[in-house]
Design a protein around this ligand. Sequence first.
Ligand code: SF4
Length: 332
Amino acid sequence: MAAGYTPVDLNNRFITSPDPRALVRRAEEMGLPRTLCAWIKGIYAWALEHPEVETIVAVTQGDCSNTHGLMELLQEAGRRVIAFDYPHGRRPEPLCAALEELARQLGTDLHAAEAVRRRLADLRRDLARLDQMTWRDGLVSGRENHLWLVGASDFEGDAQDYHRRLKDFLDQAAGRRPRRPGLRLGLLGVPPIIDDLHQALEEMGAAVVYNEVPRQFAMLPADSPDQDLVDQYHRYTYPYDVFWRLQDISRQVRRRNIHGLVHYTQAFCFRQMQDLVMRRHLKVPLLTIEGDRVAPVDGRTQTRLEAFLELLQQHHPLAGPAGPGRIEPTSH
Ligand code: SF4
């Protein structure tokens, strides 16, 4: 933004496109294997259809093990690709150097980027309020929380407009009847490609009060007011090791009084391996589910979710189902 570009999150554009299933099919018709994550295929097909996205920042360390291959395909398609690495070990000095280099390649510097970061502070504070209205006040649904927080990765291309719509949404949500407390869930892992997971859980009587990775994508304000851009990217848990993520998850589980966790994993994703560590370290019941294609919750996953919620209900009989003060999801 400091360099005058419009940020475009390719994941979001793919999944909110009119027919994301068709994009995955198209990538397979072009030759990408069935055994490759559907997000990568969707992003590739979407990017090919949108040549106006001229420059692509490829996170070659800290995001996805498939990025190198995707980067080569997009380079071959004529795009300018800039690699960005989150430093292994989460050390601030190489992170600062990586941010400086990214700024340089885009034709700006960290001073200008810091000024933009400060301009976005109010917007991030409002996103933090939205998050609080989800877990503390029961006024925002887990699905709405997810949509707003993942949207914050690029502010849907226009931060001012995004903020205006967010404020309208918060005013409207403040007037709602609060949800009755029920089973409280956290959703861990990459954003689910299953398109109705939050609604399915709501219909089963559970409230998603924590969307782990979307909350990270939104980079909500830290408690300390004197942080800068490097601190912000240093605090971010998603690109670093699973142990750093676990600290954040454990803190949020306690803070939000979470009864159980659902760990969403994506078929053919290297992050599935982190599930083992999560199971060993997290102190609340955890169910792991897997998604592959853009599709609604399938029968098998539905049954496993129901059985998990039944188990949680036995441990927390006073929680009861989260309704009928259930919050109707609205799209933004
Ligand atoms: S789900 Fe995993 S494999 Fe797929 S794009 Fe995300 S990090 Fe990469």
